[in-house]
Ligand binder design. Structure first.
Ligand SMILES: Nc1ncnc2c1ncn2[C@@H]1O[C@H](COP(=O)(O)OP(=O)(O)OP(=O)(O)O)[C@@H](O)[C@H]1O
Length: 340
């Protein structure tokens, strides 16, 4: 459906996008994730036709979009601040794209009613958008973006302004809605929870380049680089030397990740793979911190030698700060990292 080949955008001396290749298949939901300034919005703007690429190609349904103006690309774009027209009611906002395309009045009314049902605001046509809650405005913006049946729907920080509880509910609803409609979606966000919950595929960007692309599970379980690991909040990264089936680290011998090259490398141990044992049965560590994280507790551990490490454990098993525990490491949670 969408293909980017070597897309490069420069602003003066700054490279906002650096030879980006990206494919989005029909009906796929792809979320681009990355820190501020990594080029996410620029990527959307290039695909939408709001920003010219200095090099490379954007293809939609196989067609090169060079020189095709934004309104002829057949893509829908929903911005972070949803930009509803305050002087128009809900129906007027949703019908906007249909009016632009000179769709007959009766058909406009039918489509608007259908879409408002779909986004959970049945019968809201006559309400003033200024009287809606943030979440309701978000739904109206979504209905407006969906109305012209775009080939590709692009969302820029779609739920950015909403509070956490509402965001978590809406993201589930959105995924279900897009699945039902078969919408192809390219969304950008800096919120990893949102990206992982919404996407079929996550693309992590760093300084205008694609650092890793994979299913949410692949990226979560196997961050490819230290940058991705740290961006996802994994800080258990150490220097290691792989020799045979084991890796020598400041935390002792760890099981070497499957397929890791022999010799020096950097390893990530996912916190879920740090198992607590009796002191005598593992690497002795002092518990120096304990943070409640909702469905688990994050423990900060200080071994006698080597850097601190984080363990995730169930609330009922969490030792108190000041206690000493032993730790072992599960092989499937040790990941070899490449790059810087
Ligand atoms: N119109 C512009 N003029 C000059 N520089 C720009 C312009 N737009 C973006 N940039 C620069 O390009 C880089 C990428 O910006 P972009 O907005 O795409 O990042 P982003 O990942 O969307 O960030 P954020 O999450 O903060 O929105 C940044 O260094 C930014 O300063």
């Amino acid at each position: 459906m969408l293909r980017l080949e070597g897309v490069t955008v420069r602003f003066g001396g700054r490279t906002a996008l650096d030879a980006v290749d990206l494919d989005v298949a029909a009906h796929e939901i792809v979320c681009v994730l990355g820190p501020s300034g990594s080029g996410k919005s620029t990527l959307l703007r290039v695909v939408a036709g709001l920003q010219r690429a200095d090099a490379g190609w954007v293809l939609l349904a196989g067609r090169d979009q060079t020189g095709v103006p934004a309104h002829r690309r057949g893509v829908g774009l929903m911005f972070q601040d949803h930009q509803l027209f305050p002087q128009r009611d809900v129906g007027g906002n949703v019908a906007f794209g249909l009016r632009m395309r000179k769709v007959a009045r009766a058909e406009q009314r039918r489509t608007v009613a259908e879409l408002l049902d779909l986004v959970g605001l049945p019968g809201a046509q006559g309400r003033a958008v200024t009287a809606l809650s943030g979440g309701e405005q978000q739904r109206v913006a979504l209905a407006r973006a969906l109305a012209p049946e775009p080939k590709l729907l692009m969302l820029d920080e779609p739920l950015g302004q909403l509070d956490r509880g509402l965001r978590e509910r809406l993201v589930v609803e959105l995924r279900e809605l897009f699945g039902r409609l078969g919408t192809t979606v390219l969304a950008v966000t800096h919120d990893q929870g949102e990206a992982f919950a919404l996407a079929d595929r996550v693309v992590v960007m760093r300084e205008g380049r694609v650092e890793q692309s994979g299913t949410p599970l692949e990226v979560w379980q196997r961050p490819a680089t230290e940058f991705v690991a740290r961006f996802l909040g994994f800080d258990n990264v150490v220097e290691a030397t792989v020799s045979g089936e084991a890796a020598d680290t400041p935390w002792g011998k760890l099981p070497a990740p499957a397929g890791a090259a022999q010799g020096p490398c950097r390893l990530l141990v996912r916190p879920a793979g740090v198992r607590l044992t009796a002191v005598a049965d593992g690497l002795p560590c002092a518990v120096v911190g304990r943070t409640f994280r909702g469905n688990h507790v994050a423990l900060l551990l200080q071994p006698a030698g080597g850097p601190r490490l984080e363990a995730a454990c169930a609330l009922r098993d969490a030792p108190e700060p000041g206690a000493t525990v032993g730790v072992t490491f599960t092989a499937e949670d040790v990941v070899a990292l490449s790059g810087a």
